[in-house]
Design a protein around this ligand. Sequence first.
Ligand SMILES: [Zn+2]
Ligand SMILES: [Zn+2]
Length: 366
Amino acid sequence: MNIENMSEKSVLKYVIVILLAIMILTTIVVLYFNFETIKQNFFDNQVEILTVVPDNEEDILRVVFTGVSSPLTPHIAQQSVVISINNKNYVFDAGARSTANFVSQGTLEAAYIEAVFITHTHSDHIGSLGELVLASWGRGRTSSLPVYGAGKEIQNVVDGFNLAYLPDREHRTTHHGAEFFKPENGLLIAKIFPMPDSELLVFEDNNIKVFAFVVPHGPIHGAVGYRIIAEDRSVVISGDTDVMENYNFINGTDLLVHEAIIEEVSTKVSESAYRLGNERIGEIFKDINDYHANLIDYDNRPGLLSKLNEIDLGMLALIHIIPDKDNIIVKRSLKHFKSQSKHDVIIAGINMEIQLPLQSKEIIVK
Ligand SMILES: [Zn+2]
Ligand SMILES: [Zn+2]
């Protein structure tokens, strides 16, 4: 090969090939000598995704949404709201798939779940109880997990999950040893309170007080909402409810987490389902209108917008939105609601966090 006889183009080709060969060789050499480190990083990464780095800032009431949907939006984890303060966690409802979000959120330690509070026994509020008790047991919780709720249905739910997970508990205790996986720490314990006439204090520790109040979600018996108080900050979680008669009792609340339906849209979805021959979906979307909270006045019934108009709130977070909050018409309705509401309104999203620092008026959305 005589380089002098070669065209400029051919020389360039050779240079590119040689450069590429050098690059590939260098990469192989680098990978070869760093193989152990690369492999180690891979294993470390497996540990890291299971490691929680707690948010160590004290005296902040944190509200984390690990599940935000109803059964009618099955692609999103169902309702669960975690209240966290000083690295203690209190779980309000445990809808299907919410435990996965809790565990992968990265700053919430499942071992430090102090209690679970159930608003009512619809499946989209209890479906992940088994996973929650298992995850917290596996991560080292040191006692059984208390589950608070109104009425004896809670006992049935707790007994059912304990029975369903009995073989799993036995396998793990046999495999890892009863000292490491203490059998009693893998159990749910029902903490039943009577249906409150007005607000009832159902839980108190060094961090928070929890009050329960009845909400209209008939025909479900035992549906409640919760008010959580930490020093001067407060959060109210409506659970599933029709629009309540009056909201005066939550005047001054920092954060109201309220469910919502857009009845005009769900009625149209029902009509569409009938037209498409899916009578089952048509019937379901028709039935649900009467026990969820419509956002605006509809069919001569007041919506959340007018009911909350005179109420003093720091922020309103809408959750459990029916139909799907990502549907374009629903999005438009939500935008309209936001523009009409006198409150700061946000739409709860998966692992969205709201922080309420104690002894302050500040509300931080993360
Ligand atoms: Zn629900
Ligand atoms: Zn419900």
